[in-house]
Every structure is written in C-alpha cells, then in structure tokens.
Design a protein around this ligand. Structure first.
Ligand SMILES: Nc1ncnc2c1ncn2[C@@H]1O[C@H](COP(=O)(O)OP(=O)(O)OP(=O)(O)O)[C@@H](O)[C@H]1O
Ligand SMILES: [Mg+2]
Length: 253
C-alpha cells in the first residue's frame, strides 16, 4: 500500500493548552471537542469539516492556517497584508504535527476576505518591480474584473500548482453547482500531484468527493462520517426530493 502519510503535510492538530475561559474561543464546540478528544488526525489528502453555523469551523481553519504561516485574511505565505486584525487567539494554543515533506505551494482561502486578497494583488502589481506581475500566476486578469465565482476559479485553476497545502473556508460560496463540480475535478487533480486540502464546507455536493474524510462537528463531538450520514446531505436530499413536502410543512400557518 502506498504510504499516504508521506504525502500529507499536516498530519494532526491538538490543543497544546486550553484557551483561558474569558476568551470566547474556549467556549466554541470545536475547541471543547478538540480538548476532549486530544488529537484530530488528518488521514486523507482531503478532509472536510462540516457542521452547523457557529460551531467554530472558520475559527479552526483560520487558526490552522495562521499556525502554518499563512496570512490570517488569506493568500499564500508571502501575503502580509492586514485590513482588520480580527483573527482569534486560537492559533496560539494549537499544536500542529506536520509531515516529513515541506509543501512547495499553499494557499489559505476564506470566502469572507477573498476580496482583500484580490485588492492586495492589484496593489502589489501597481508598484513597479522586478519579474512578471503577480496577477500572471492567477490567469492574468485582475480578480476584481471578474465575477466572484470566475475569480475564484481563476485562482484554483491557475495559482494552485500542486505539491501544496490548501486550506479553504467554504470554497463553494461563490460557485454555481456546475462550477462546484469543476472544483471537485481540480481538487482531484491536485491531490494526484501530492496536495493536501483541509476544507470547511456546507456543500453536500463537494463532500461527496471520493476518498475524502468528513469530520462532522456536532453537539456531542467530532465524528468521521460518510457523506450520506451528514445532516447537510440528508437535509438537502430530503428537500430536493420533494420541495413541496418540506415547504408545506415550513410555510404552514
Ligand atoms: N470576536 C468575537 N467575539 C466573540 N465571539 C466571536 C467573535 N468572533 C466570532 N465569534 C463567535 O464564534 C463562533 C464561531 O464562529 P465561526 O465563524 O468559527 O463559525 P463557523 O462554524 O465557521 O460558522 P459558519 O458555518 O456560519 O461559517 C460564532 O458563534 C461567533 O459568534
Ligand atoms: Mg465559517
């Protein structure tokens, strides 16, 4: 069997210390579960983190990204900009067990601040410098001159190069269902080129990606589940199977 662990850049995370009770992060379900279980292992090249709004998925992926040396608002490790210093303290308490190999590429994407990444690229390119403009590695067209979904796909198709670690927070936010499938194909391709993805998502489509591990963050803990078992998938399936049925119940006076 191939040594899958040789290819993983992030093997596990745990809390080195518990954040103090006065810090809101200590109350987040994901942090309380992590404290109880000791370690969250990444066993596959693609890991999805799913769960209800507010359980702390974004806080966790952001802390992981910052602990890995990424800019808190997103980008590659070379991005240093900061429009708002709003990231939580969780990274200070997070211990990351890294793999043996060092990633050659990487990107932290958060749907909420992708706009700021696009602005930062335009600003950097407006200053004359050596070498080709940064935007060339993103497809050559300013990310601000494309729609949200187009600019996101330009990033994934041009800038993500393989042999990398990609931490994505709700990548589906900008995408049509067709483009979610394009994203799945691209993730699959990058995994074949020794990449690791850690993705927080609400997309039942995305989480069907074969070979991925899904961690569902619930009220009782963090559980590895199949996509059919997730609440997201079941809710969406029930709804789409018969929207009238759900709507009748929902809208009944
Ligand atoms: N600065 C802050 N002070 C206090 N609480 C905060 C602060 N920032 C975030 N929170 C709380 O942390 C909780 C977790 O937020 P987070 O964005 O990590 O959730 P999430 O699981 O990503 O949710 P979603 O699915 O909606 O994206 C939220 O309930 C939010 O209100
Ligand atoms: Mg979130």
């Amino acid at each position: 069997m191939a040594d899958i662990f040789g290819k993983l850049y992030i093997r596990s995370i745990r809390l080195a210390d518990m954040p103090p009770p006065r810090d809101y992060v200590s109350t987040l379900p994901v942090v309380r579960h992590l404290a109880k279980m000791g370690e969250l292992r990444f066993n596959k090249p693609v890991t999805f983190l799913v769960g209800e709004n507010g359980v702390g998925k974004s806080t966790l992926v952001e802390a992981l990204a910052v602990a890995m040396g990424f800019n808190a608002e997103g980008g590659t490790r070379n991005f240093q900009f900061s429009t708002e210093n709003t990231h939580s303290s969780l990274y200070e308490y997070l211990s990351v067990v890294k793999g043996l190999k060092y990633p050659k590429d990487g990107f932290f994407l958060r749907a909420e601040s992708f706009y700021n990444v696009a602005t930062n690229i335009d600003e950097l390119d407006s200053v004359p410098g050596f070498g080709p403009p940064i935007i060339d590695s993103y497809g050559g067209v300013s990310l601000h001159e494309q729609s949200h979904g187009e600019s996101f796909m330009a990033l994934v198709e041009n800038r993500f190069g393989g042999n990398g670690v990609y931490i994505l927070d709700e990548p589906e936010a900008a995408l049509s269902p067709m483009r979610v499938m394009t994203l799945m194909a691209r993730i699959n391709e990058l995994v074949k080129h020794n990449s690791q993805f850690i993705i927080s998502t609400h997309s039942p489509m995305l989480m069907t990606l074969p070979g991925a591990e899904i961690y569902e963050i619930g009220s009782r803990g963090i559980k590895s589940v199949s996509y059919e078992e997730t609440e997201h998938f079941q809710t969406m399936k029930n709804f789409l199977d018969a929207p009238e049925r759900s709507l009748k119940y929902l809208l009944e006076e």
